[in-house]
Design a protein around this ligand. Structure first.
Ligand code: AMP
Length: 308
């Protein structure tokens, strides 16, 4: 079993979907990644920053799941990162209403000593310079460095993003962002162009239309499980990344074949995340439920066909 180090935001989110609206609730990329990865009982730690307004009960949530939060800096007189977004009726697209960086503005990440040799490094959605600072601190080269990012960083810090892309192995990105980064409509061409920027593996998330994994000339596709209820897609991408990274850390095998399974685990966990607002569903999720849904996933995608 490998060690997993996670970097990303811990946040307050305010979300509007066609089904309802929340005030400030627990969110953030590292939050969703950590909760998803905790399903694999791997040794994991989060590097992040919060303000004095971040409730102790949220911090306890991570501790209860054996996630090391000694790398989460608390700035007593600072305010926690805040994001608010509104989903369109299709639930696949959203508008960001506000992004307040607050304590994230001058965050100087520090990796806990016992994670300087982590096997899998999951650089969650964050300023690319912060992602770089974490990568630079590692004592030993991780077996896999995975990076997630979003349009916000492409718009504000494109050069810095290009710099770190040269040093990572896997990027997880959604379809619109892949197009934005490459100016290509075809996701196949976009994935090839992204590979030329650095990452040997490119995962393109397509929301309710599943996820694609590209490596050299190989492509693997996993559909998203058709769900009766999609309540709030916030965090689905991060949950996918957490499932992907958590599975790879647990199995300690970063081959393309094993990454296919990691994509299936990521998709399965993301299918739970969207069923309730914020982190609610991920917090109550049990191993049995995950097992059952993996079975459904298998039934959905397996078929016998004679090729002559
Ligand atoms: P996802 O739905 O997977 O794209 O992730 C949503 C989460 O990302 C929310 O919980 C937000 O707090 C967080 N988030 C939103 N904007 C940013 C940003 N610019 N940088 C880092 N995290 C963000």
């Amino acid at each position: 079993m490998g060690k997993l180090l996670i970097v990303g935001t811990m946040a307050f989110d305010a979300i509007e979907t066609p089904f309802g609206k929340t005030d400030k609730i627990l969110g953030g990329a590292a939050t969703f990644i950590g909760l998803a990865a905790s399903q694999f009982n791997v040794s994991s730690a989060i590097v992040s920053v919060v303000g004095g307004d971040f409730p102790q009960e949220y911090l306890d949530l991570f501790k209860e799941r054996q996630i090391d939060i000694s790398g989460v800096e608390i700035i007593p007189d600072g305010k926690t990162f805040f994001w608010s977004g509104r989903y369109h009726n299709d639930m696949n697209t959203r508008d960001t209403l506000s992004t307040e960086l607050n304590v994230l503005g001058d965050f100087n990440p520090r990796v806990p000593d016992n994670f300087l040799n982590a096997d899998i490094l999951m650089l969650g959605n964050l300023h690319p310079d912060v992602q770089s600072k974490v990568l630079d601190q590692m004592n030993t080269k991780p077996s896999l460095v995975i990076l997630d990012t979003m349009n916000f960083w492409m718009e504000h810090t494109l050069n810095e993003l290009h710099d770190i892309l040269k040093h990572i192995d896997v990027i997880t990105i959604n379809d619109e962002e892949a197009r934005q980064l490459t100016n290509e409509y075809s996701l196949v061409v976009a994935a090839r162009k992204i590979q030329e920027m650095g990452p040997r593996y490119v995962v393109i998330k397509k929301g309710e239309h599943g996820a694609l994994l590209f490596h050299d000339d190989n492509v693997f596709f996993a559909p998203a499980l058709p769900l009766e209820e999609v309540f709030d897609p916030t965090g689905a991408g991060d949950t996918f990344a957490g499932g992907f990274a958590g599975y790879l850390a647990k199995t300690n095998d970063v081959s393309f074949d094993n990454m296919k399974n990691a994509v299936i685990y990521g998709s399965t966990l993301a299918s739970f995340c969207v069923e309730k607002f914020g982190t609610e569903r991920m917090v109550e999720l049990t191993g049995d439920e995950v097992y059952q849904r993996l079975q459904e996933f298998k039934n959905l995608t397996q078929f016998e066909i004679e090729l002559s």
